[in-house]
Design a binder for this molecule. Structure first.
Ligand code: PLP
Length: 397
């Protein structure tokens, strides 16, 4: 395997920090109890889980009994959408943004097939949802609105507290509470989260995007939120998520969240500096780079560029062969040759959407590595452009 230093795909996943792994290890062979058992082994596991629940609650400025552990960000999103919409008897309207992660969009499409009304809210060319459009779409039958905190593809950050203000106003007008869910999987590693400031009723996060293990996530569920389960079986997680709980995973998730809080004040600033440095290094060497996403309101570690006259897929493959990890956007859609639904929703042409590449930085990235990556990038782009049928004279950029 190539060295970690040229891994620039932290939005897809991060490595597990050594101290996170150390915190997890006792829970495999020694403290292996089932947290639902009443004997000492079980109680030991339960204690660890409740400590972790308090840590995750603090991480989100929530209360411990508002945290439900799940197996992933994907499951948290599925639980939020299905668990809310299926429970409600009268209001059958769901609003999601057009640029959501597939783990929100696919459940929305499923709900549509099952007879719910779903609105896919458009975004502006920078990837922001339009508040006026949202206000128009919110109707008497609207039960849930799901808008991600920040885009995993272009990094644009949505104005969640303004959206929640708007929903509160509409709730008052209709005399019925409209619930608000947000997928904060990408913001959790880098921005401080506060469920009250953001005004959300439900919020999804995932451990492996913040230097914890894969296969563990959480859903914040504000008190009084009418959520029903989507998995049935035992009574775990206050009946909201049947399954023997993943004790080691949860312990690792909490350790990773604590470490994230410790690093947070400086981390965002460091990432932004490195990201902007990298952007400049790329621009020095390559013409025809177009920034996708909001110039300011954007995740500080994320850089999404369209490269004219190039196919993103082949660029990623060549970068990979040269030891650089990047992505065309979402790891989940990297195997399809469809252009990104996010870039298309932002009004970017098919051609530029096809030529997009996403770099996302993280804790082990250095300036030296970024210079090396920029050099590799430039030589590959030059080679690909020489071969490209898109580089014709009549080609309209
Ligand atoms: C990665 C990601 C998810 C899915 O989380 P998993 O834990 O990998 O299932 C959901 N939403 C966003 C924005 C993501 O980046």
């Amino acid at each position: 395997m190539p060295a970690k230093k040229l891994y620039l795909d932290y939005a897809a996943t991060s490595y597990v920090e050594k101290e996170v792994l150390d915190a997890m290890i006792p829970y495999f062979c020694d403290r292996f109890g089932n947290a639902s058992s009443i004997h000492l082994w079980g109680q030991e596991a339960k204690g660890a889980i409740e400590d972790a629940r308090a840590t995750i609650a603090q991480f989100l400025k929530a209360k411990p009994d508002e945290i439900v552990f799940t197996s992933s960000g994907t499951e948290s999103n599925n639980l939020a959408l299905f668990g809310m919409m299926q429970r409600e008897k009268e209001r059958k309207h769901l609003i999601v943004s057009a640029i959501e992660h597939s783990s929100v969009l696919s459940p929305a499409r499923q709900l549509e097939k099952r007879g719910f009304r779903v609105t896919y809210l458009p975004v502006d060319p920078f990837g922001k949802v339009n508040l006026a459009a949202l206000e128009k779409e919110v109707q008497k039958d609207t039960f849930l609105v799901s808008i991600m905190h920040a885009s995993n593809e272009v990094g644009t950050i949505q104005p969640l507290s303004e959206i929640s203000q708007l929903l509160k106003k509409k709730s008052k007008e209709f005399g019925k509470k409209i619930y608000f869910h947000s997928d904060a999987v990408q913001t959790a590693p880098i921005l401080p989260l506060d469920v009250d400031l953001l005004g959300v009723d439900l919020m999804s996060i995932s451990s492996h995007k913040l230097y914890g293990p894969k296969g563990i996530g959480a859903l914040f569920v504000r008190k009084q939120t009418p959520l029903s389960a989507i998995l049935y079986g035992g009574h775990q997680e206050r009946m909201l998520r049947a399954s023997s709980v993943n004790v080691a995973g949860i312990v690792g998730f909490a350790a990773a969240a604590s470490l994230t809080v410790q690093k947070q004040p400086l981390f965002a600033h460091q990432m932004q500096e490195l990201r902007d440095f990298f952007h400049e290094e790329l621009q020095k060497r390559v013409d025809g780079l177009i920034l996708n996403g909001h110039p300011q309101d954007r995740l500080p570690h994320l850089l999404n560029l369209s490269v004219t006259c190039i196919e993103g897929e082949s660029l990623i493959l060549h970068l990979s062969q040269a030891g650089v990890a990047a992505s065309t956007g979402s790891a989940c859609s990297s195997h399809s040759l469809e252009p990104s639904h996010v870039l298309l929703a932002m009004g970017i042409s098919h051609e530029l959407a096809h030529g997009s590449v996403r770099f996302s930085l993280g804790r082990s990235v250095t300036k030296e590595a970024l210079i090396e990556a920029a050099q590799i990038f430039a030589s590959i782009v030059e080679k690909l452009r020489e071969m490209s049928p898109l580089t014709g004279e009549n080609h309209d950029l």
